[in-house]
Design a binder for this molecule. Sequence first.
Ligand code: AHR
Length: 499
Amino acid sequence: MADARITVHTAARIDRIAPEVHGHFSEHLGRCIYDGLWHDDSADEDGFREDVVSLLADLEVPVLRWPGGCFADDYHWEDGVGPQEARPRRRNLFWAQGREDVPEESNAFGTDEFLDLCERIGTEPYLAANVGSGDPQEAANWAEYCNYDGDTELADRRRENGHEEPYGVEYWGLGNENWGCGGQMSPEQYAREYRRFATYVGTQSNLMFDHDLELIACGFEGHEWNRRFLEEINESPWGAEFPLDHLTLHHYYGRGMNVSEADEEQYDRLLADALEMERHIERMAGAINAVATTRDIGVIVDEWGTWHPEATADNGLEQPGTVLDALSAAAVLDVFNHNSDVVTMSNIAQTVNVLQCLIETDGDDAWARPTYRVFDLYAPHKGSEAVRTSIETPTRAVDDERDLSLVRASASVDDGEPYVTVTNLDCREAHTVEVALEGTELDPDAVDASVLFADHDPDAEVDADNAETFTADDLDVSVDSGSLIADLPASTVAGISLQ
Ligand code: AHR
């Protein structure tokens, strides 16, 4: 007998799930770039780690944000182009990195290496320009170097550096956490800086009022800051027409708990904290709607994921990859699906070795973490139409104000074919789940379902030797009275399609 019921309202469309919602973020921090994506003594003559490149290519990562993070507002892009031997070594103001573990930047991995990586893995680049310690001219020059096709010194420099054709970088972030590491600005101050930068970076076609790049401003989890920022932006003579296409939010959780020492109550709390994402998206959308609409200005969550106490600046923000973290990623991806009319991109932090990375490396080994498996299971949602779901589920109180819904789901439809992901966030008990798909004739032979983590506990940690045990297994699904029925073991994630 089912104790959780999901109804998929297949005709109640929300919006297309932007593929960019499955994006990633790579910063010059710890072993993300050096030793993670790149090492000079690699078998690949260009310095890329072939193993990591191939894992990323398999996942079909839609967009990759770079070079930071806090590092972005300490980075001067011209240090990282041209002959490698002539590039200056600089201090890295925020992070020690690489195998040498020093707070310095060799600049061996710069713009052309990053954009080459994006071409190799078939991903769109998202560059974060330096607002905190840079100036609009520097940012505009970067856009010209990357994108201009004419007869200028910067376009020629790109050609000399091996890239004849413009890269066509579409996504430009103007600053990162400018309320904090990016210059400690008030919202009004950042809005004024943003306006200056956007004026010069916004276009490559000389039509200032018709900017052709996707311009991204950084916002804050403190939503009053966003309201004041948007109000000040709106004060400009351009008003809501001003080039601002997306406003970003960062949401980390898990800082109070180390998964290996935590108990089940703490697991519940972490999952409830992850689900706060919904409230942040709503509040940011509310701030946007006061000056424009979320069609004009989308919400990007360009850093998110778990950040546990093991991850410190001293160890390059490294922490174990666990099933619990992967469950939280599934819960957040459901939130993005439910808000597909508002969320235009997300970038989990960070791609390799840092925080809730999807890929981990050790010497010559590279392997996928449980969170990688969740992204793979959710891949069929990318680019599909999200549809509404309603759920009757057991809940558990996590504190005085919050109940955790133990079974969660999201659904999408592509060319008439539904795809449903169902997560059992209950780390203690299995639940029997009934899924009713409105208006869909169910053929038991057409059901294809798989489940992640059925044989693992929530605190199971991945390593090079056990990584393959976290791949998906087949899930038994029966059809009864026109609904799908499945038993979901504790802390598991399932994907169900009808083919
Ligand atoms: O992802 C690590 C850091 O977290 C980033 O540099 C910064 O933007 C955020 O505070």
